[in-house]
Design a protein around this ligand. Structure first.
Ligand code: ADP
Ligand code: MG
Ligand code: MG
Length: 908
């Protein structure tokens, strides 16, 4: 009989894990083992594997006796390695209990340090270390943490006792508090616990240990953790591991400390070792914002007046730098590390691939190619395709910023923790932010953030905190979300009672006043700054910056050029105007995949002519009105063909229900009455007649052309004449015309007949022999299922996956907002299928149509228009199905280009 192994030890003389066991050991656990395997000093410990989390829930939140036995066995091993015993009154072993899922997850349980202390062992520790202050500081930390995260007695209860003591004694910092004072506080803390819970703070170290392990598993199901999983698509059944690790102490005196560091700057990606530390401190002190952390390197310290670790402990610093460099080389990625120094000896407590901003991610990937650490393909796969959108996001206008500064509106400067520009009304709590975000942009302003603020951070445009460093919760989470963030703006006074944010003279009212933050520089402005195009846009679109002036642009261009070498799928754009076409082309679009014609009808007074057409009584009236529209539509197409010179332009014939165009207000109807020369009553009557119960499935798409062929004939004429006209100027127009909403092949046969008749007329009038491909959209399930027949009539297919989703699920696109979020939260669907393609169902329709279409017409070209064309996961699916191109909005073109390249690479 083989026994399942639930517990793996790391460090010491029994290192059972490695980085390849991430799924079993969690990210923290597997990397601790990996580091130990590299002979990097890691305090030994053991990991209870992720599967136990699932078992724990299956067994009604209990640990099986088998797991308990294996934990006890590992503990005995650990006691042997450290030469100390848990609970030994003379020389106690202390451990930390740490959560650790496969991917790092804020929202999981906070770490409990110094577990194993009680009224007896604290005395033993004091004696053994000959440092009572250290022992009592550790005990009070343990009572606070254990109460907070295991017993649910919030740490505020304890913190204000510390504050009161400081106020009474005039002490500034925790480090000034003496052993005796901590001892008194420990007594008070235990009394608080007794009062809140009706029983004593647990003194039995075994009870403490299993309580801590259970608390980690319980935290897997907290609301914070669930929200985070949903946001980041982390499956619920992954579970978390628990790491039990022997303690090393950063709080034993001034030759001790703790810190966090990045091997490169996580904000910009610059190749500088970067981090923060605190002398005589433990664990989370650095990120908690209680004391201002100090810089690690002299380079960072320069000009701050703070002492660096490099300066304070040169030997230890050197070892840290060497270790960090080694880890980066080993993992071949930027590392985010946590360390503790005990009497100048360095211990590594964590390493992981560091979270970074979009800018930093790109820079690091490209630099590492240059440094020979990774190849181009790896770099391409490392960059999150969605991140490219951030490179195109607006920044503040530098001139306006100067003016604000002159006017005294530069309130303060904090840390540039998450780049990008955000402006909005001030919200002082997560709830406020969520509520206010309904009616306009919000900036969340907090003393510091905690995982409870997550939902508010999602709702806000940007985050501003008064406390905390570059590695504080706010900074790390904001960077992960791609939100602008300014941290540690310490001059900021936040008054929750008065709902104000004040710096000196400037006082802003929450809920009313605007604040603007520049997460790239750390500046905070009173009022509303306007945004400015990003550098990439300044080079490519606005053409107000030279390529060689912008490093960001050059990096962007490098990625695009590498992606272009790799990908097989083409990327087009959805554009209805020459401007959009220009922008998309600048971003790399290789044609237009969807040019909607109906948008063209809304501009200027053409809507009048179009309404006249719709409201006409008969074909003759319609033709008169259409004659007015023809030249306008023709010149629109000329503009687009000029912008896309030499690239294909896929034009969709009119699609929406006509009632969307007619006036429903009295003023508009009166205007129409005048134009048509009929009574207001008559116009009202005709508008009413257009009313449909179910317009999305009503008189729209190809049905319009079948009932009113003169409309599509006019459109065909506008397109072909425009192409013929621009050709005279030497422009290569490559229109493709597609018929929407085909369900039956004969709908296409009929419509195509009308189009070809019109084309023949045009050619005769002009003495030309112009022709263009005529295709169809596949957006009705019946069309997908009969694609073999439809392909015989169509030169190409374009999958309209928005409508295909609507028709395939029977979800009204316009009404799904009232139920789809519930579907997602109740896990009936993993995602909103309008945002990310439902690959199993709707994707299957795409696959079938592609297969059937190519069966009868092997050369059939296949593309996708619709929002899914810009969603990286959907793009990868389309690649697998073998589509020729995707099409998406101009700003997502770079995303689709990279996603297409990644799809090819994943295929290999
Ligand atoms: P998080 O996942 O929130 O980063 P960790 O489990 O990494 O939580 O713990 C936070 C910090 O606590 C660590 O960075 C380290 O400073 C401290 N810590 C954890 N375990 C130990 C230990 N065994 N000895 C000393 N410090 C520890
Ligand atoms: Mg933490
Ligand atoms: Mg950590």
């Amino acid at each position: 009989m083989t026994m399942t192994k639930y517990v793996y030890s790391f460090g010491g003389n029994r290192n059972e894990g490695s980085a390849s066991m991430r799924n079993t050991l969690g990210g923290k656990g597997c990397n601790l083992a990996e580091m130990a395997g590299l002979n990097i000093p890691v305090p030994p410990g053991f990991t209870v594997i992720t599967d136990v989390c699932t078992l724990y829930y299956q067994e009604g939140k209990k640990l099986s006796s088998e797991v308990v036995a294996q934990v006890k066995e590992a503990l005995i091993w650990l006691e042997g390695v450290r030469g100390k015993k848990l609970g030994d009154a003379a020389n106690p072993l202390l451990v930390s209990v740490r959560s650790g899922a496969r991917v790092s997850m804020p929202g999981m349980m906070d770490t409990v340090l110094n577990l194993g202390l009680n009224d007896q062992t604290v005395e033993g520790l004091a004696k053994a270390s000959n440092n009572p202050r250290f022992a009592w500081d550790s005990y009070r930390r343990f009572i606070m943490m254990y109460s907070d995260v295991v017993l649910d007695v919030h740490k505020d209860n304890f913190e204000h006792r510390i504050e009161a003591l400081k106020a009474k004694t005039g002490k500034q910092s925790d480090t000034e508090i003496t052993a005796d004072e901590w001892k008194v506080l420990c007594g008070e803390f235990k009394a608080i616990v007794r009062e809140k819970l009706g029983h004593d703070f647990p003194q039995d170290p075994m009870e403490q240990l299993f309580g801590g392990i259970a608390a980690v598993f319980n935290s897997w199901e907290t609301e914070r953790a669930i929200i985070y999983r949903r946001m980041n698509r982390i499956p619920d059944d992954w579970g978390t591991a628990v790491n039990v690790q022997s303690m090393v102490f950063g709080n034993m005196g001034d030759d001790c400390g703790t810190g966090v560091a990045f091997t490169r700057d996580p904000g910009t990606g610059e190749p500088y070792f970067y981090g923060e530390y605190l002398i005589n401190a433990q664990g989370e002190d650095v990120v908690a914002g209680i004391r201002t952390p100090q810089p690690i390197t002299n380079f960072q310290a320069n000009g701050t007046g703070l002492q660096s670790l490099e300066d304070a402990m040169p030997e230890t610093f050197k070892e840290l730098l060497e270790t960090a460099t080694r880890l980066e080389q080993h993992f071949k990625d930027m590392q985010d590390i946590e360390f503790t120094i005990e009497q100048r000896k360095l211990y590594m407590l964590q390493t992981r691939n560091g979270k970074r901003t979009a800018m930093a991610g790109i820079r690091v990937a490209l630099d590492m190619v240059k440094e020979g650490m990774i190849d181009e393909a790896t770099a391409l796969q490392r960059i999150n395709a969605d991140d490219l959108v951030q490179l195109l996001a607006p920044i503040f206008d530098p001139k306006e910023k100067k003016a604000f500064e002159k006017a005294g509106k530069l309130m303060t400067k904090g840390l540039n923790a998450g780049p990008g520009a955000a402006t909005g009304r001030i919200a002082l709590s997560a709830e406020e932010a969520q509520e206010m975000a309904q009616s306009g942009p919000v900036v969340l302003v907090r003393l510091e953030t905690s995982p409870e603020d997550l939902a508010g951070m999602v709702a806000a445009e940007g985050i501003l905190t008064a406390r905390g460093g570059m590695t504080s919760h706010a900074a790390v989470v904001a960077r992960g979300m791609g939100k602008p963030c300014v941290c540690g703006a310490s001059t900021l006074e936040i008054d929750l009672a008065k709902a104000t944010v004040t710096v000196g003279e400037v006082c802003l009212k929450a809920g009313e006043d605007f604040i603007s933050i520049d997460g790239s520089t750390g500046e905070v402005f009173a009022g509303q700054l306007s945004a400015h195009p990003a550098e990439v846009n300044q080079v490519l679109v606005n053409k107000i910056m030279k390529a060689e002036e912008s490093e960001t642009y050059q990096r962007f261009a490098t990625i695009m050029s590498w992606a272009n070498k790799v990908r097989s799928m083409k990327v087009r754009t959805n554009a209805d105007s020459p401007h959009d076409a220009d922008v998309a082309r600048a971003f790399g679009a290789e044609g237009i995949g969807l040019c909607r014609t109906e948008h063209m009808f809304f501009e200027g007074d053409r809507i009048l002519a179009f309404r006249e057409m719709i409201l006409s009584k008969d074909a003759a009236g319609r033709k008169t009105a259409l004659a007015k529209i023809l030249p306008m539509q023709r010149s629109d197409f000329e503009g687009i063909f000029e912008a896309m010179n030499g690239l294909p332009v896929n034009i969709r014939l009119i699609d929406p229900p006509l009632h969307e165009f007619v006036p429903h207000d009295e003023k508009g109807q009166e205007e129409m009455a005048k134009v048509l020369g009929v009574s207001l009553e008559e116009v009202k009557h005709r508008v009413e007649k257009l009313h449909e119960f179910n317009p999305m499935m009503g008189h729209r798409g190809c049905r319009l052309g079948i009932t009113y062929p003169e409309i599509i004939r006019m459109q065909m004429r506008a397109i072909c004449e425009a192409a013929i006209n621009v050709a005279k100027k030497g422009i290569v127009a490559l229109p493709e015309v597609m018929v929407p909403l085909i369900g039956h092949v004969k709908e296409l046969t009929y419509t195509k007949g009308e189009m070809l008749d019109e084309l023949a007329l045009i050619n005769k009038e002009n003495g030309t022999d112009f022709s263009c491909p005529i295709g169809t959209m596949i957006e009705i399930p019946r069309a997908a299922l009969t694609a073999d027949q439809i392909a015989l009539e169509a030169d190409y297919f374009s999958f309209g996956t928005n409508d295909l989703t609507q028709m395939g699920f029977g979800f009204s696109r316009d009404d799904s907002g009232s139920f789809l979020p519930e579907y997602v939260s109740k896990k009936i669907l993993e995602d909103d299928p309008f945002q990310s393609l439902d690959q199993q169902g709707i994707g299957e329709l795409v696959r079938i149509a592609a297969e059937k279409g190519r069966a009868t017409k092997p050369e059939l070209k296949l593309g996708v228009c619709g929002e899914h064309g810009g969603d990286p996961r959907s793009v990868k699916f389309f690649h697998k199905v073998g589509l020729s191109y995707v099409s998406c909005s101009p700003y997502r073109v770079p995303v689709a280009i990279l996603a297409a390249a990644q799809a090819t690479l994943e295929d290999k």
